[in-house]
Design a protein around this ligand. Structure first.
Ligand SMILES: [Zn+2]
Length: 260
């Protein structure tokens, strides 16, 4: 073996398990001569070893892993957040953790509309000024917040907790449809506005609810499709969403034009 090659290989051995501070491991690839099998060159490549081995503390690593479980948070962002918290006063971090715990332990759902609430009855259902004869049916709490932001709706809500989706194994019994029927049965409601997403699952759920409520003396309407087909309600802009509630149509008409 040439002395020069020998030197390179011993360097490679030294570098093989050396970890750099940025989480990369030096690796050298040998290139052999196809005829006599002698090493003709050495190629150096940087091999990412991930961040797992580069944490100086297991406690830090645990915290990063917990943050990285959150939707939309990768390991890099998680590390940035954890390091930020580490720099804060202990009192501030304690307050942060307590706020999260209290939110998880104490938040409850409104027994009438199933909106998120701090009490048994949510602030919307408890508001005496709101029109109790109109109920807007939505998929989730996020849609209640989006519609409230428009300032165009003064009635009450009914949060289904999802929409019928056989692919995801969600059937009518998994949703708050029976409790909606109970509310309608009580006779206080004159109109039910269906404000679900304009997707196939939304349409299926609309039709299911319409059939379920058909035998009751209640008007069923659907929001105008200013919200395009396939759009999620929570992403519609406030003006479009506000108008689509004001320009709602009776469900029968929408269903007839849909089935033509
Ligand atoms: Zn409520």
């Amino acid at each position: 073996m040439e002395p020069q090659n020998y030197k390179l290989i011993s360097n490679q051995k030294r570098n093989r398990n050396k970890k750099t501070t940025v989480g990369y491991k030096m690796q050298v690839e040998k290139v052999f001569c196809p005829i006599n099998g002698i090493i003709v060159s050495l190629r150096r490549k940087n091999h990412c070893i991930g961040m797992n081995n580069s944490y100086p503390s297991a406690l830090l690593e645990n915290a990063v892993n917990e943050f990285a479980r959150l939707p939309g948070i990768g390991k890099k962002t998680a590390l940035r957040l954890v390091l930020y918290l580490l720099r804060q006063e202990e009192e501030k971090v304690s307050h942060f953790a307590e706020t999260l715990l209290r939110m998880r332990r104490e938040i409850t759902y409104c027994s009438v509309c199933h909106n998120i609430s701090d009490n048994n009855i949510c602030s919307i259902c408890a508001d005496a000024i709101r029109d109790r004869s109109v109920v807007c049916v939505v998929e989730n709490v996020k849609e209640v917040m989006a519609i409230e932001k428009t300032g165009q709706f003064r009635g009450l809500y009914h949060v289904l907790g999802g929409i019928i989706s056989p692919i995801d194994g969600i059937g009518p019994s998994d949703l708050e449809i029976n409790s909606l029927e109970e509310r309608v049965k009580s006779g206080e409601i004159g109109e039910v506005i269906l404000a679900l997403s304009a997707t196939m699952e939304g349409d299926t759920t609309n039709f299911y609810i319409y059939r379920k409520l058909q035998s009751y003396p209640v008007k069923t309407s659907i929001i105008a499709r200013g919200v395009s087909v396939g759009d999620e309600i929570e992403y519609a802009d406030e003006v479009t969403l506000g108008r689509s509630i004001l320009n709602r149509t009776p469900f029968e008409e929408s269903y007839k034009s849909f089935s033509k």
